[in-house]
Design a binder for this molecule. Sequence first.
Ligand SMILES: NC(=O)c1ccc[n+]([C@@H]2O[C@H](COP(=O)([O-])OP(=O)(O)OC[C@H]3O[C@@H](n4cnc5c(N)ncnc54)[C@H](OP(=O)(O)O)[C@@H]3O)[C@@H](O)[C@H]2O)c1
Length: 315
Amino acid sequence: MSFNVSSRLSRGQSVIAIAGATGNLGMVIARTLLSHTYRPFFSRVVVLTRDSASQNARMLADLGADVHVLWGDIHDALRSALRGVDVLINALGRAPGSEVPDALIQIAAEARVALYFPSEFGVDHRSSSFGAAEPQVWSLKREHENKARAALGAVGAQVVCVYVGIFPNYLGVLGFDRENRTILAPGSPTQRLSVTSQVDLVRTLVELSFLCMSPVTTASVPSHVHITGDVVSVADILALLELGAGGNVTVRGPDEQERDFPWLRRLMSSFAARELASAGKLDFSGDNDNDLVNPGQRGWKWATVAEYVQEKKTL
Ligand SMILES: NC(=O)c1ccc[n+]([C@@H]2O[C@H](COP(=O)([O-])OP(=O)(O)OC[C@H]3O[C@@H](n4cnc5c(N)ncnc54)[C@H](OP(=O)(O)O)[C@@H]3O)[C@@H](O)[C@H]2O)c1
């Protein structure tokens, strides 16, 4: 750990909240924060959900989460949920048309939340050149970030967007056709891209929370943080799969993909992420904040794609 344990424990007065905690990523965040390793560093772990009776919400309650239900007047529900919260992680999924994301930042500002992580946790879409043709999810994320900076910045809170590349369990969106054991390489098979495990993202969020909550280190945290647990190319992944998952994997180049897999273009966010990957914009290895959150890997060892393939025997 980059902080010594006693220094961390003395900070165990902060309250951390997760919106979207019952989701795919949210569950990993909430469960990790509720684990023996991280629970002592926060006085409360608050979970926001629209349905406290769901299996995931009940599981988090059993693990010790302080579950708050977003029902009735959403602003009142959020006022009650965010009372006393210092750090707010937004892990909401796509919610076009939902009033929750806007209300979340408005009430977070009212509640004087000190640090807010918008629901980013993927590609740095600011480097996209799609203009009007970019996926709606990216424009919604940017719009939300701007609103968050205006509302929370006005009360002196920090807003930190964290980009981690692709999670290993989501590499399929870039064109890994498991069923047919085919890799649709986004651009050159040797172009590398950043892959970070979800648990390493949570560790990063905890470290950033400590850095932001301390007056000594708060200024060291940038508004946009890039993390890269591992950097791999399609060729590397191919080698790993052949070694670790039984071989017989085919790689198809871009021309064949246009001809044989036209549906790829229709999956706009996957297609757009592939375009960024092929342009080298998903490779954060040259410029990242790994050493800010985990100097010299003294806090933890970043998980690798090789370890993931070895464990799962696939992607
Ligand atoms: N880098 C990567 O490879 C990668 C991969 C996947 C996702 N991500 C990012 O991680 C973040 C979370 O994605 P996810 O897939 O984990 O999300 P998700 O599972 O689709 O949704 C998370 C939670 O959001 C809440 N929610 C969904 N729709 C809502 C609505 N209309 N109004 C209010 N609440 C709503 C739900 O909670 P309740 O039902 O409990 O209210 C849901 O459990 C996103 O920013 C996504 O882009 C990154």
